[in-house]
Write a protein that binds this ligand. Structure first.
Ligand SMILES: [Zn+2]
Length: 184
């Protein structure tokens, strides 16, 4: 979530409240009921008539009582992409620790007459260093790159989803002459 401000889109697809709620729903900690913005699905207060996230009114976009399953698909894919990037960076960090370990072992063996102290130091670098590198690369660099990457793809998928939804609900914002999918 650190790089949200660098995002090319002013408004994130999922508001923070929706993000938290969806993650709780996926974990089975919250039921999929409520009153949600008919456009972006941010939870609305019982009497709210304007969405706090996308500023659309309930008269333009009728609130819904349940989040659609497609939204969870988008959400899961975003999270998966995010963790894929973070994990790749974390593995690269572990790999870096391994490379350092091998180098130190080589130095210990060939330069320091198989010094046990050097070998112990190399092992410490492997165990502790690997984790530190994994933490730095995964949690710091990977997190920010992963967020940007996953969010950019999410915006693309959301655009497609939104267009299909609006067409389906007859609120079409699609330009005329655009063929509807699933016909013929
Ligand atoms: Zn909204």
């Amino acid at each position: 979530m650190t790089a949200a401000t660098d995002s090319p889109n002013e408004i994130p697809v999922f508001s923070e409240r929706l993000d938290t709620l969806m993650s709780a729903m996926i974990d089975g900690e919250a039921p999929n009921v409520g009153r949600f913005c008919g456009y972006c699905y941010t939870p609305l207060g019982k009497k709210a008539d304007t969405c706090t996230h996308c500023a659309r009114t309930t008269s333009e976009y009728e609130p819904v009582a349940k989040l659609p399953s497609e939204l969870f698909d988008l959400y899961r894919r975003m999270r998966k992409r995010e963790s894929l990037v973070v994990n790749s960076f974390a593995f690269a960090g572990l790999g870096l620790g391994l490379v350092l370990f091998i180098l130190l072992v080589a130095v210990a063996v060939y330069r320091f007459n198989q010094s046990l102290w050097m070998l112990a130091g190399a092992t410490a670098v492997l165990i502790v260093g690997g984790r530190i590198f994994a933490g730095i690369l995964g949690g710091w660099i990977g997190d920010s790159i992963g967020y940007d990457f996953a969010h950019r793809r999410l915006v693309e998928e959301w655009t497609v989803y939104e267009r299909e939804r609006e067409a389906r609900l007859g609120r079409a914002t699609t330009p005329p002459g655009n063929p509807l999918p699933g016909h013929g």
